[in-house]
Every structure is written in C-alpha cells, then in structure tokens.
Ligand binder design. Structure first.
Ligand code: NDP
Ligand code: 2IT
Length: 453
C-alpha cells in the first residue's frame, strides 16, 4: 500500500500555523520563519531527502533557550532587574555564533527571529559556525560607563556557563559594541580563570580582536550592493545613497560608500534623520556617535549649511539610487518602499536584520529593484567574527589588508551563491529565494548527516 504525501506547500503552510501556535506572541519570529519557509517549496520538491519528516520541524525549534535574571545597581544604589537571553538555535555547522543585543525592545521572540536568521546567514559565509543570538531588555542609553560595566558583569555571571570557544561565541549587535565586549570578556576571564580569547568576538585589537571587525558589516554590505549593481551593468560610483541608522553598521557603510565614490546623503537614529547634500562627513559622525555617544541632530548642528536635521519623518522620502537600511527590524515599510520606487531606486541592500517588512520586499521586487536580504548582505560582520576566532585559535593576528581581502572574497562568493541558486530554482534575480535556499541546503545537509538530534 502506498500513501500519498501532502504537497510541500500544504506541509509548509501547516508548519507555519503550528509555529504560530507553539510560539505565541512572537511576531518577529513568525515573520522570519514565514519569510524563509515560503521560499523553500521548490527545494523541498526537487530534493526529496529534505522533505524527510522532521527536518524542517527540527530547524525551526531552537536546540536550547536560556532566559535569566540580570540584577544590577545603578550609580545611586538603586536595584534594577533586567531579563537576559541566549538562544542556541542550531549547531550543525559549528559552535553557536551570533551577537548580543541590549535594547529595551528585546524579548524572547526578537532574539529567536535574530537567531533563526543567523543560522542561514552563517551557513552562507561558508565558514564553520552555527546560529545563535542573545541579549537583554537593558537600555544602555544615558547610563554611565560604571553602570554599563556592572550590568555586563551581572549578565556574564550567568551567561558564562553557557558559552565557550567550542560551544557558543557571542559578539555585538545593537547596544553592544567594543566597550560592552570588553566588560563582558573581563568578567568571563575572571570567573573562569582562563584566557579563552575565542569565547567572544569584536574584542579590542590589542587583546585578541581582529582588525576590520568593526568595519566588516558595513563594508560587506556595500560590497554586496556593488555586486548586485554590477550584475545589472551598473556601478556604485556616483550613485546617491540613503543610509538609515548611525551606529556601527551605518557608520562603516557610509565610510565604504564614500571610499568607492558614491554619495551617502543621510543617516538617522530614533529621533529623526539628517540629510547632508555634500555627503555625510564620516569623521564628524564618528565623533558625535562613537566618542560623545550623542544624537544625529548634533551632527547637523556642527556640520553647517549643507546638512539639516528632520525630526521624526521617514528617511526613505529622500531621493536616492541605492538604499541601505542599517538600523533595526521593520524600519522600511510599504510606504517607505513606495517612496523609494517613486524616486527611482535601483537597489536596496539590508545592513540591518530584517529591516524591510514583507509587503515592502514584495513591492520592491515587483518594481524590479535589486533587493539584497540581510542574511546575505550583512553577513560580512559575522564572517570576520569567524576569522577572528581563527586568529584566536592560532594565537596570531592578521594584517588589515588580509582580513579585508578575505571579507571581499566572502562577500563575492555569497553574492554568486545567492544569484546562482535563485537561477537554479527558477527565480532569477531573486536574492531572497537564493539566500534562503543556499543557506538551507548547507545546514540541512549537515543535519541529515548527523542524524535525528
Ligand atoms: P548600534 O547600536 O551600533 O546602532 C543602532 C542604530 O539603529 C542606532 O542609530 C539606533 O538609533 C538605531 N535604532 C536601533 N533600534 C531602533 C529602533 N527601535 N528605532 C529606530 N532606530 C533604532 O547597532 P548596529 O549598528 O550594530 O546594528 C544595526 C543593525 O544591524 C541591527 O539590525 C543589527 O542586528 C544589524 N547587524 C549588526 C551587525 C554588527 O556586526 N554589529 C552584523 C549584522 C547585522 P538610537 O540610538 O536612537 O536607538
Ligand atoms: O547579526 C549579526 O550577524 C551580528 N550581530 C554579528 C554576529 C557576530 O557573531 O559577529
């Protein structure tokens, strides 16, 4: 007797309903899972081994989720209680790898969306890293260095038991940069009494950090955008670009755009955006944001006549050839996409994780705009994190030129892989499908080989 299997689309629809049911009140995780699963039907149909019952079901369930209390005292002695998270999503390709986010909007669903994306992103790098993510609803804004240090020490006092250079290797994300990684590393070293440099990435260059790691996400995204334009016979040079955000990713996106002869005319934060007709002065932006930890309005005040600050408002209204959203999830919606299309945008490349809403992605792709999804376009950051781990294991450090060359080769390879995979599965030019399927194939092959675990 033979049984007929339901078709793959019905199976995936059923699974998505199940994911929503089993993970209530986690809209960002539902969104990320839907966006990936919706593109997998062709690969599941073409390669029956992937349709094995249980493979996709295992992929959407984290291997481990840790939620913990983080008590700390502010400078006046008041006690605060935050919540800490580490979601160890998938280790089929290597130790869990992914950043820590400190932002008041953090909850388990946000960390799960980020961890899920990270699995496929890390697979696309071609390096040996699994997927994970963590963080806290702690808000570092307005806190003194001493308060941030005490918070990081308390956070690591629980996290240290779950991480390790062969187990789980966190790094930075929103609200976690070099300062926080320093405090976290110090506390890990103190508790474990080990110099285990490979346990965290994004460290200072003087104590185990890789050169070019701070630059890598932004630089990589610009290289990805340039590759998409080249594919269409265009060049980044001379293009007007809009960038959102003004943190780590945005700053080094702007730096690389300028170096390649493009004109980045905007940056933003949650208070509004800046338009600078002469192009953003990246040294001034670094001074305001990284040194003084100020707001973008201050940039406009100091820059003079070429720049103006627009409180609130949508940066996507600014006419541009290329847009690089580099702040946070769902920051580019249908209205923003419509404005970009109206102004003739040619390419959108995601520096942030899932910054474009599903309907905005649909509008952009339908209008023929080249669209680079974050899991491909912003993979340069985690790729150089993996290179930092390699340097740590070898107790060596590479010159900046070597790291930059490797980053460029990795981004070219990711672009080619996504492009060719999309073509192979009947969706030429669709980098979303290409990235999801190529990332999935690598993880799924490893999971199948390693059995039902
Ligand atoms: P930073 O903390 O350095 O900067 C974050 C920027 O985004 C700030 O300008 C911040 O403005 C803005 N922002 C954050 N949350 C919000 C919000 N809810 N609404 C409006 N603006 C917001 O973070 P990163 O630059 O490191 O990260 C930016 C994005 O890039 C994130 O999506 C992150 O996941 C992603 N990413 C980061 C990588 C890395 O290596 N750092 C690697 C790959 C992706 P404000 O200060 O006003 O909050
Ligand atoms: O989203 C990301 O890829 C990051 N925040 C970087 C992760 C890392 O481990 O470097």
């Amino acid at each position: 007797m033979t049984t007929t299997r339901p078709d793959t689309k019905t199976t995936l629809d059923h699974l998505l309903t199940e994911i929503e049911h089993r993970n209530p009140a986690q809209p960002e995780f539902h969104q990320a899972a839907r966006e990936v699963l919706e593109t997998l039907a062709p690969v599941l149909a073409a390669r029956p081994e992937y349709a094995e019952p249980g493979l996709v079901e295992r992929l959407v369930e984290p291997e481990r989720q840790v939620v913990f209390r983080v008590p700390w005292q502010d400078d006046r002695g008041r006690v605060h209680v935050n919540r800490g998270f580490r979601v160890e999503f998938n280790s089929a390709l290597g130790p869990y790898k992914g950043g820590l986010r400190f932002h008041p909007s953090v909850n388990l669903g946000v960390i799960k969306f980020l961890g899920f994306e990270q699995i496929f992103k890390n697979a696309l790098t071609g390096l040996g890293i699994g997927g994970g993510k963590g963080g806290s609803d702690f808000d570092p804004r307005g806190r003194s260095d001493a308060e941030v240090m005490r918070f990081c020490q308390s956070f690591m006092t629980e996290l240290y038991r779950h991480i390790g250079e062969h187990t789980d290797v966190p790094a930075g994300d929103i609200g976690v940069g070099g300062r926080e990684i320093g405090y976290l590393f110090g506390q890990y070293r103190r508790i474990t009494n080990r110099w285990e440099s490979g346990v965290l990435t994004g460290k200072g260059a003087g104590w185990g950090g890789s050169l070019i790691r701070p630059e890598a996400t932004g630089y990589g995204n610009v290289l990805f955008a340039a590759a998409m334009l080249r594919e269409r016979g265009e060049d980044l040079e001379g293009q007007t670009t809009v960038v959102s955000g003004s943190g780590n990713v945005a700053i080094y996106t702007i730096e690389k755009l300028t170096a390649l002869g493009a004109n980045p005319v905007t940056c933003s934060d949650s208070s509004g955006y800046v338009v600078d007709e002469k192009g953003i002065d990246v040294d001034l932006l670094k001074q305001v944001k990284e040194v003084e930890r100020g707001r973008v309005g201050t940039y406009a005040e100091r820059r003079g006549a070429s720049a103006r600050f627009v409180p609130g408002g949508s940066v996507w209204e600014v006419p541009a050839d290329v847009a690089l959203p580099s702040a946070t999830q769902n920051e580019l919606d249908a209205e923003g996409a419509t404005a970009l299309i109206r102004n003739g945008v040619k390419a959108v490349s995601e520096g942030a994780n899932m910054p474009t809403t599903p309907d905005a992605v649909h509008l952009l792709q339908s209008a023929g705009v080249a669209f680079g999804p974050g899991k491909a376009a912003n993979a340069g950051g985690v790729a150089v994190s993996a290179l930092e781990m390699a340097q740590n294991h070898a107790r060596t450090s590479w010159p900046a030129t070597r790291v930059e060359d490797e980053l460029a080769a990795i981004m070219t390879n990711i672009h080619t892989t996504c492009h060719d995979t999309a073509t192979r599965y009947g969706a030429p030019g669709d980098y979303v499908t290409g990235a999801n399927i190529a990332g999935f194939e690598r993880v799924a092959d490893a999971m199948l080989a390693q059995g039902v675990i």
